[in-house]
Design a protein around this ligand. Structure first.
Ligand code: SF4
Length: 260
Protein backbone atom coordinates (compact mmCIF):
# COMPACT_ATOMS: atom_id res chain seq x y z
CA UNK A 1 0.00 0.00 0.00
CA UNK A 2 1.35 3.39 -0.98
CA UNK A 3 0.82 6.21 1.52
CA UNK A 4 -0.06 9.54 -0.07
CA UNK A 5 0.98 12.40 2.18
CA UNK A 6 -0.19 15.92 1.40
CA UNK A 7 1.97 18.57 3.04
CA UNK A 8 -1.07 20.55 4.08
CA UNK A 9 0.07 24.03 5.07
CA UNK A 10 -3.41 25.49 5.52
CA UNK A 11 -2.91 27.51 2.33
CA UNK A 12 -5.26 27.51 -0.62
CA UNK A 13 -2.73 25.70 -2.85
CA UNK A 14 -2.36 22.78 -0.49
CA UNK A 15 -6.17 22.60 -0.21
CA UNK A 16 -6.47 22.05 -3.95
CA UNK A 17 -3.63 19.54 -3.94
CA UNK A 18 -5.45 17.57 -1.25
CA UNK A 19 -8.67 17.64 -3.28
CA UNK A 20 -6.83 16.56 -6.45
CA UNK A 21 -5.06 13.66 -4.73
CA UNK A 22 -8.30 12.56 -3.02
CA UNK A 23 -9.85 12.22 -6.49
CA UNK A 24 -7.08 9.88 -7.56
CA UNK A 25 -6.27 7.61 -4.60
CA UNK A 26 -8.34 5.84 -1.93
CA UNK A 27 -8.78 8.35 0.88
CA UNK A 28 -7.90 5.65 3.43
CA UNK A 29 -4.34 5.95 2.05
CA UNK A 30 -4.33 9.73 2.18
CA UNK A 31 -2.73 11.76 4.96
CA UNK A 32 -3.21 15.49 5.55
CA UNK A 33 -0.01 16.38 7.39
CA UNK A 34 -0.03 19.79 9.05
CA UNK A 35 2.58 21.44 11.28
CA UNK A 36 1.37 23.64 14.13
CA UNK A 37 3.61 26.65 14.79
CA UNK A 38 1.44 27.63 17.78
CA UNK A 39 0.80 31.10 16.38
CA UNK A 40 -1.48 30.27 13.45
CA UNK A 41 -4.60 32.29 12.89
CA UNK A 42 -7.53 30.42 14.50
CA UNK A 43 -9.23 30.56 11.12
CA UNK A 44 -6.48 28.35 9.67
CA UNK A 45 -7.77 25.59 11.89
CA UNK A 46 -11.36 26.26 10.82
CA UNK A 47 -10.19 25.88 7.20
CA UNK A 48 -8.16 22.76 7.99
CA UNK A 49 -11.09 21.10 9.77
CA UNK A 50 -13.42 21.97 6.88
CA UNK A 51 -10.95 20.39 4.45
CA UNK A 52 -10.72 17.31 6.63
CA UNK A 53 -14.53 16.99 6.72
CA UNK A 54 -14.83 17.52 2.97
CA UNK A 55 -12.37 14.75 2.18
CA UNK A 56 -13.23 12.45 5.07
CA UNK A 57 -9.57 12.39 6.08
CA UNK A 58 -8.47 13.31 9.61
CA UNK A 59 -5.80 15.92 10.11
CA UNK A 60 -2.43 14.59 11.15
CA UNK A 61 -0.98 17.39 13.24
CA UNK A 62 2.67 17.58 14.19
CA UNK A 63 4.27 20.19 16.43
CA UNK A 64 7.64 20.97 17.92
CA UNK A 65 5.75 22.71 20.72
CA UNK A 66 7.57 26.02 20.47
CA UNK A 67 6.53 29.24 18.74
CA UNK A 68 8.83 30.97 16.21
CA UNK A 69 9.78 33.46 18.94
CA UNK A 70 10.83 30.68 21.29
CA UNK A 71 12.93 29.19 18.48
CA UNK A 72 14.62 32.56 17.87
CA UNK A 73 15.44 32.86 21.57
CA UNK A 74 16.79 29.31 21.74
CA UNK A 75 18.84 29.72 18.56
CA UNK A 76 19.90 33.25 19.51
CA UNK A 77 18.98 34.32 15.99
CA UNK A 78 16.08 36.47 14.83
CA UNK A 79 14.54 35.14 11.62
CA UNK A 80 14.27 37.36 8.56
CA UNK A 81 13.48 37.14 4.87
CA UNK A 82 16.75 35.34 4.17
CA UNK A 83 17.04 32.93 7.10
CA UNK A 84 14.16 31.26 8.89
CA UNK A 85 15.22 28.77 11.55
CA UNK A 86 11.56 28.74 12.64
CA UNK A 87 10.53 27.10 9.39
CA UNK A 88 13.10 24.32 9.75
CA UNK A 89 12.39 23.66 13.43
CA UNK A 90 8.61 24.05 13.48
CA UNK A 91 7.64 22.71 10.06
CA UNK A 92 10.31 20.82 8.14
CA UNK A 93 11.76 18.78 10.99
CA UNK A 94 8.44 17.67 12.57
CA UNK A 95 6.98 16.76 9.16
CA UNK A 96 10.10 14.89 8.14
CA UNK A 97 10.16 13.05 11.46
CA UNK A 98 6.57 11.96 10.90
CA UNK A 99 7.49 10.76 7.40
CA UNK A 100 10.45 8.78 8.77
CA UNK A 101 8.19 7.08 11.32
CA UNK A 102 5.11 6.43 9.16
CA UNK A 103 5.93 6.58 5.45
CA UNK A 104 8.82 4.52 4.11
CA UNK A 105 10.23 6.19 0.98
CA UNK A 106 9.64 3.01 -1.05
CA UNK A 107 5.92 3.07 -0.22
CA UNK A 108 5.10 6.75 0.03
CA UNK A 109 4.59 9.77 -2.16
CA UNK A 110 4.36 13.28 -0.81
CA UNK A 111 2.56 16.22 -2.43
CA UNK A 112 3.22 19.95 -2.20
CA UNK A 113 0.89 22.81 -3.13
CA UNK A 114 3.01 24.54 -5.73
CA UNK A 115 0.83 26.34 -8.28
CA UNK A 116 1.76 27.03 -11.88
CA UNK A 117 3.24 30.53 -11.61
CA UNK A 118 6.86 31.00 -12.66
CA UNK A 119 7.75 32.10 -9.13
CA UNK A 120 6.24 28.98 -7.57
CA UNK A 121 7.63 26.61 -10.18
CA UNK A 122 11.14 27.95 -9.55
CA UNK A 123 10.89 26.53 -6.02
CA UNK A 124 10.34 22.96 -7.19
CA UNK A 125 13.98 21.77 -7.49
CA UNK A 126 14.82 22.91 -3.95
CA UNK A 127 11.66 21.34 -2.50
CA UNK A 128 12.36 18.09 -4.33
CA UNK A 129 15.95 18.05 -3.06
CA UNK A 130 14.81 18.85 0.47
CA UNK A 131 12.41 15.90 0.57
CA UNK A 132 14.88 13.28 -0.67
CA UNK A 133 14.64 10.26 -0.48
CA UNK A 134 10.84 10.60 -0.84
CA UNK A 135 9.14 11.08 -4.17
CA UNK A 136 7.51 14.52 -4.31
CA UNK A 137 4.71 15.47 -6.67
CA UNK A 138 3.31 18.88 -7.50
CA UNK A 139 -0.11 18.15 -9.00
CA UNK A 140 -1.03 21.80 -9.63
CA UNK A 141 2.28 22.93 -11.10
CA UNK A 142 1.53 21.88 -14.65
CA UNK A 143 -1.98 23.34 -14.73
CA UNK A 144 -2.56 26.08 -17.21
CA UNK A 145 -2.51 29.29 -15.22
CA UNK A 146 -4.53 32.48 -15.76
CA UNK A 147 -2.82 35.64 -16.94
CA UNK A 148 -2.24 37.08 -13.49
CA UNK A 149 -1.63 35.83 -9.97
CA UNK A 150 -4.78 37.68 -8.86
CA UNK A 151 -6.87 35.72 -11.36
CA UNK A 152 -5.25 32.47 -10.32
CA UNK A 153 -5.93 33.18 -6.69
CA UNK A 154 -9.55 34.09 -7.41
CA UNK A 155 -9.93 30.86 -9.36
CA UNK A 156 -8.56 28.86 -6.41
CA UNK A 157 -10.88 30.70 -4.00
CA UNK A 158 -13.93 30.11 -6.16
CA UNK A 159 -12.96 26.45 -6.52
CA UNK A 160 -12.90 26.05 -2.75
CA UNK A 161 -16.23 27.84 -2.37
CA UNK A 162 -17.83 25.59 -4.98
CA UNK A 163 -16.83 22.69 -2.74
CA UNK A 164 -18.41 24.41 0.25
CA UNK A 165 -15.19 25.52 1.93
CA UNK A 166 -14.63 29.21 2.60
CA UNK A 167 -10.97 30.17 1.93
CA UNK A 168 -8.85 31.30 4.88
CA UNK A 169 -9.72 34.80 6.04
CA UNK A 170 -6.10 36.05 5.97
CA UNK A 171 -6.28 36.13 2.16
CA UNK A 172 -9.41 38.24 2.20
CA UNK A 173 -7.75 40.55 4.73
CA UNK A 174 -5.02 41.21 2.17
CA UNK A 175 -2.32 38.69 3.09
CA UNK A 176 -0.49 36.66 0.47
CA UNK A 177 -0.11 33.61 2.68
CA UNK A 178 -2.09 31.97 5.44
CA UNK A 179 0.72 31.32 7.87
CA UNK A 180 1.79 32.27 11.35
CA UNK A 181 -1.24 34.49 11.81
CA UNK A 182 0.06 37.29 9.59
CA UNK A 183 3.36 37.58 11.46
CA UNK A 184 5.69 35.62 9.20
CA UNK A 185 9.24 36.92 9.48
CA UNK A 186 9.85 36.20 5.81
CA UNK A 187 7.00 38.27 4.45
CA UNK A 188 8.32 41.85 4.35
CA UNK A 189 7.20 45.31 5.47
CA UNK A 190 3.89 45.31 3.58
CA UNK A 191 2.70 42.33 5.60
CA UNK A 192 3.71 44.00 8.89
CA UNK A 193 1.89 47.22 7.95
CA UNK A 194 -1.15 45.09 7.23
CA UNK A 195 -0.86 43.37 10.61
CA UNK A 196 -0.46 46.70 12.40
CA UNK A 197 -3.75 47.73 10.82
CA UNK A 198 -5.72 44.48 11.01
CA UNK A 199 -4.33 42.72 14.09
CA UNK A 200 -2.71 45.47 16.22
CA UNK A 201 -2.48 43.14 19.22
CA UNK A 202 -0.45 40.61 17.19
CA UNK A 203 1.80 43.40 15.96
CA UNK A 204 2.28 44.62 19.54
CA UNK A 205 3.18 41.11 20.68
CA UNK A 206 5.72 40.70 17.84
CA UNK A 207 7.13 44.16 18.54
CA UNK A 208 7.64 43.26 22.22
CA UNK A 209 9.26 39.95 21.29
CA UNK A 210 11.59 41.66 18.82
CA UNK A 211 12.54 44.32 21.37
CA UNK A 212 13.36 41.60 23.94
CA UNK A 213 15.62 39.90 21.39
CA UNK A 214 17.27 43.20 20.52
CA UNK A 215 18.12 43.71 24.20
CA UNK A 216 19.74 40.29 24.19
CA UNK A 217 21.32 40.11 20.73
CA UNK A 218 22.00 43.73 19.75
CA UNK A 219 20.94 45.58 16.61
CA UNK A 220 18.95 42.82 14.96
CA UNK A 221 15.54 43.21 13.31
CA UNK A 222 13.19 41.18 11.16
CA UNK A 223 13.05 43.92 8.53
CA UNK A 224 15.66 46.06 6.87
CA UNK A 225 15.42 49.44 5.21
CA UNK A 226 17.75 50.94 2.61
CA UNK A 227 18.38 54.67 2.84
CA UNK A 228 20.94 56.55 0.74
CA UNK A 229 22.21 53.19 -0.45
CA UNK A 230 22.83 51.94 3.10
CA UNK A 231 20.91 48.93 4.38
CA UNK A 232 20.06 48.97 8.05
CA UNK A 233 17.77 47.07 10.44
CA UNK A 234 14.22 48.40 10.65
CA UNK A 235 12.75 47.32 14.00
CA UNK A 236 8.98 46.91 14.21
CA UNK A 237 8.91 49.78 16.72
CA UNK A 238 10.37 52.09 14.09
CA UNK A 239 8.02 50.80 11.41
CA UNK A 240 5.05 51.46 13.70
CA UNK A 241 6.26 55.00 14.41
CA UNK A 242 6.69 55.64 10.70
CA UNK A 243 3.14 54.46 10.12
CA UNK A 244 1.80 56.57 12.97
CA UNK A 245 3.57 59.65 11.54
CA UNK A 246 1.97 58.92 8.16
CA UNK A 247 -1.44 58.59 9.82
CA UNK A 248 -0.98 61.89 11.64
CA UNK A 249 -0.01 63.63 8.41
CA UNK A 250 -3.11 62.14 6.82
CA UNK A 251 -5.27 63.43 9.66
CA UNK A 252 -3.65 66.88 9.46
CA UNK A 253 -4.43 67.01 5.75
CA UNK A 254 -8.02 66.06 6.46
CA UNK A 255 -8.24 68.85 9.09
CA UNK A 256 -6.78 71.34 6.62
CA UNK A 257 -9.31 70.44 3.96
CA UNK A 258 -12.56 69.74 5.84
CA UNK A 259 -14.65 70.33 2.74
CA UNK A 260 -13.25 67.09 1.31
S1 SF4 B 1 5.53 30.98 8.28
FE1 SF4 B 1 7.24 32.42 8.53
S2 SF4 B 1 7.38 32.82 10.76
FE2 SF4 B 1 6.12 31.00 10.47
S3 SF4 B 1 7.53 29.30 10.68
FE3 SF4 B 1 7.40 29.76 8.49
S4 SF4 B 1 9.07 31.22 8.08
FE4 SF4 B 1 8.76 31.12 10.31
Amino acid sequence: MTVHVVQFSGGIGSFHVAVRVAEQVPTRDLVLLIADTKIEDPDLWRFARATSRLLGVPLTRVADGRTPWEVFRDKRFLGNDLRTPCSAVLKQIPCRRWMEQHAHPDDAVTYVGIVGTAHDRARIPAIRAGWKPWTVRFPLAEDETPASEEELREELFQGARRLGVEPPRLYTLGYEHNNCGGTCVRAGAAQWRRTLEVFPERFAQAEAEEEALRRELGQVAILTQTRSGVKRPLPLTELRRQEQRCDQRGRADRVNFPQE
